[in-house]
Design a protein around this ligand. Structure first.
Ligand code: UDX
Length: 435
């Protein structure tokens, strides 16, 4: 099949690379010329396990190419996949400008019939609007499909190749047949729905994940007050098949480009329709407060943050990605600096230079360099390499025995063994207070 993927972000790049790997002929188009030039030179703008190899192999084999010339991608085309970003706009609804630009270009340049697969996350009602616009003066020339993507950064390729389910929002039989051909190597339940339901599924799935994380964080805070071990509580409830063990890790809360944005969009949609969406609002509020708890805990343990140096380990919103969108680290660092503190940060993959233009911190080349002479250390990303940290060395390098384990990587008993004082907080279990 000849496919054009529009948008070389996470979803677009992964989709393009995997489609090519399945043997399709793929052109990936992006208006960002600099990004396209980098891609043409084999330099990927994102850090994603296995993606560089997959892109290289398929470019080398001639099945995948990149261009910023939209009309080149439309030559002899059977399928166009729209995977452009839909960031949150000022009115709490996603900004659909990039999406509508693509739709406009499709209307302008397409000759003959074309199937348009929308993978970008869009508010319910968008696909119907695209359909009305594209087919207003033609006889169903464009076939619109909403095919949401549920891939997680860090495991994106595997998630794309082996998803839990495939959701296809479509009104037409020929579109469904085309989707069955495109995804013939995928073995999972296929759910065929109307456009609106498919658009809602994407928002509801992300909102549910957000609620689940905020739920366990709220339980963690209660556990801390009463002296229970939240890890055991999470395990105890996760063994119930109706609840399940996933997404019950307490910590600094969720970040990333989707959970917050999609939950906020659902809040806006519900409120516009007069629906009580407090459950969603509370999930977002708990997530925000969870970040502030880190700062509060630091401040309590150090007797204020004025003049204090805080070492931050991990800037990415989660491990195995260089993405800092909505990352807890950004809000936490800004707050520490606001309160008069200074931050030294280490992250194995995040582009420190770019981030220094947005927030104030000193970059460190290693975790040990970051903690050397600092007043306290905070772990904000669950990087694999942090599991191997020499805690004894960290304790010696730090001025004070203050370790805030924002991802519950070590557990209070291990930290206590290495001489750290932990005032419960994000560590689940209260060990001792610092006067
Ligand atoms: C998410 C959805 O999982 C995916 O289906 C959707 O398409 C895009 O958004 P992603 O942003 O890659 O994917 O991250 P995910 O692994 O879901 O984690 C989201 C955030 O929640 C991260 O910040 C993570 O650290 C945090 N998290 C996750 C927790 O704090 N606790 C958990 O138990 C799980």
């Amino acid at each position: 099949m000849r496919i054009c993927v529009v948008g070389a972000g996470y979803v677009g790049l992964v989709s393009a690379a995997v489609f090519a790997d399945w043997g399709h002929d793929v052109v990936c188009v992006d208006i960002d010329r600099e990004k396209v030039e980098r891609l043409q030179e084999g330099d990927l703008p994102i850090h994603e396990n296995g993606l560089a190899e997959l892109v290289d192999r398929n470019v080398w084999d001639g099945r995948l190419c990149f261009t910023s010339e939209f009309f080149l991608g439309l030559f002899n085309l059977e399928l166009v996949v729209i995977a452009v970003g839909t960031p949150l706009g000022p009115d709490k609804y996603p900004d659909l400008n990039a999406l509508w630009n693509v739709v406009n270009l499709l209307k302008q340049y397409t000759r003959g019939r074309l199937t348009v697969v929308v993978k970008s996350t869009v508010p319910p009602g968008t696909c119907a609007a695209i359909n009305r616009y594209l087919n207003e003066d033609s006889d169903e020339r464009f076939d619109i499909i909403y095919n949401p993507e549920f891939l997680r950064q860090g495991t994106a390729i595997n998630d794309f190749q082996a998803p839990d389910r495939m959701v296809i929002g479509s009104q037409s039989n020929s579109a469904k047949i085309l989707m069955a051909q495109l995804y013939e190597s995928i073995n999972c339940p296929f759910l065929i729905t109307d456009w609106l339901s498919a658009e809602m599924i994407k928002h509801a799935a992300n909102a549910f994940l957000a609620i689940k994380i905020s739920f366990i964080n709220m339980i963690s805070n209660v556990c801390e007050e009463v002296g229970a071990d939240v890890q055991q509580v999470a395990r105890g409830i996760g063994l119930d098949q109706r609840i399940g063990p996933a997404f019950l890790k307490p910590g600094v809360g969720f970040g990333g480009s989707c959970l917050t944005k999609d939950t906020q969009a659902l809040v806006a949609l519900g409120e516009d329709h007069g629906v009580n969406v407090w459950l969603l609002r509370d999930a977002l509020q708990i997530n925000h407060e969870q970040r502030l708890r880190v700062v509060k805990e630091l401040s309590e343990q150090l007797g204020g943050l004025e003049g204090k140096v805080i070492a931050i380990l991990g800037l990415a919103y989660k491990a195995n990605t260089n993405d800092v969108r909505e990352a807890p680290s950004l809000e936490i660092i800004s707050r520490i600096v606001q309160l008069g503190g200074e931050v030294v940060a280490y992250d194995p993959v995040v582009d420190m230079d770019a981030l220094q233009n947005r927030i104030s911190f000193r970059p460190a080349a290693s975790p040990y360099e970051a903690v050397d002479g600092a007043d306290a250390v905070v772990v904000l990303t669950e990087w694999e390499e942090f599991y191997g940290l020499d805690l004894q060395r960290i304790r010696t390098l730090l001025k004070n025995p203050v370790f805030v384990d924002g991802r519950n990587m070590f557990g209070p008993k291990v930290l206590e063994k290495h001489g750290f004082l932990i005032e419960g907080g994000l560590s689940g279990e209260k060990i001792m207070g610092v006067a």
